[in-house]
Design a protein around this ligand. Structure first.
Ligand code: BDR
Ligand code: CA
Length: 317
């Protein structure tokens, strides 16, 4: 059997975050050490509650959840409830759970998890990078335990907040700059690629008849304000996990990326594609994805999850 990938997953669920957490919590190839939450799609109280709904749904009491930053380092916080609904995961009534987050906050929990680990850990970050920036600033000695960082965020070709800024970086550009300048081994799967990894309407129809997990996801997707039924809906955050399991389905190029932290281009991730200003590179940047393979893989992942393995709730009428 292939070696499991030890992971800390930093997230702001969020509908596409939920689609990613579904794979994270059910695929045995991931050794999930910790989930941390951040303010982003909705407030951190809501993203934490949503993460706990999913650890309960997938019977993963063994996976601790730690609550993280309530707001970005500098910029004022503004959520994306216009895309993800007021509670961040609308449309499905999850079974109530008495599970609570850890008493440690996200930064302390990440540090503890890294420090106590005998092997190096992959960090996957699919929300604003506020928690990671704080870790880098407060506990630089813990970074040697990080194997690599895979992020959904940024874009080298157009944004979804402004013409140049993607939401996760736009939400906390100062944190993104600290992360991108940290010297860690970072792979950026940005909007330029995730907008190609659309879950098609056909795939969503298949999911809806598959099992309770497919039902749960399609209920959430029906409230997801990103993408459309004609072309499909972007599963931005899921790409980080597909990349870890099937890196050959992505094209990567190494670039120096600068993060813009003020002015009209705030939140832009500018790639020095001609090596004009930088002789070195700091980020492995995804530039393409096999979207057919993405759809086929996602359906297979969900098909593997039996109804007996989940704590199903009721569909909201
Ligand atoms: C990113 O922003 C959030 O709304 C999504 O969850 C994803 O992480 C896409 O720009
Ligand atoms: Ca997200």
């Amino acid at each position: 059997m292939t070696k499991k990938i030890p992971i800390i997953f930093d997230t702001d669920p969020g509908i596409d975050d939920a689609a990613a957490l579904t794979v994270l919590l059910s695929n045995k190839q991931f050794d999930v050490r910790l989930i941390t939450t951040v303010a982003g799609n909705v407030s951190v109280d809501k993203t934490t509650a949503n993460a706990l709904k999913l650890t309960h749904f997938f019977n993963r009491r063994d996976v601790p959840v730690a609550q993280g930053a309530k707001k970005p380092l500098v910029k004022a916080f503004k959520d994306a409830s216009n895309i993800h609904g007021v509670n961040g995961m609308p449309g499905y009534q999850f079974e109530a759970t008495n599970q609570k987050p850890l008493s440690l906050n996200a930064v302390e929990a990440i540090r503890k998890t890294l420090t106590e680990s005998t092997d190096k850990i992959t960090i996957v970050a699919v929300g604003a990078f506020t928690n990671l920036a704080k870790l880098i600033q407060q506990y630089p000695e813990s970074l040697e335990k990080i194997d690599r960082v895979v992020v959904m965020g940024g874009s080298i070709a157009g944004g979804n907040m402004t013409s140049v800024a993607e939401f996760n970086v736009y939400t906390d550009p100062d944190a993104a700059k600290i992360l991108f300048d940290s010297g860690l081994d970072i792979t950026m799967i940005g909007l330029n690629v995730t907008q190609k990894a659309l879950l098609t309407n056909e795939s969503m129809n298949v999911l809806s008849h598959m099992n309770e997990t497919g039902n749960m996801l399609t209920q959430l997707f029906s409230f997801y304000g990103d993408g459309n039924l004609a072309n499909g809906k972007p599963m931005h955050d899921v790409n980080t996990l597909f990349f870890l399991l099937a890196p050959n389905k992505y094209v990567l190029n190494d670039y120096w990326i600068d993060v813009v932290t003020d002015g009209p281009a705030i939140g832009a991730t500018v790639a020095d594609i001609q090596s004009f200003d930088h002789q070195s590179t700091n980020i492995h940047v995804a530039t393409d994805v096999d979207s057919e393979a993405f759809n086929a893989w996602y359906l297979l992942e969900i098909a593997k999850i039996t109804d007996t393995a989940v704590n199903a709730g009721k569909v909201e009428k």
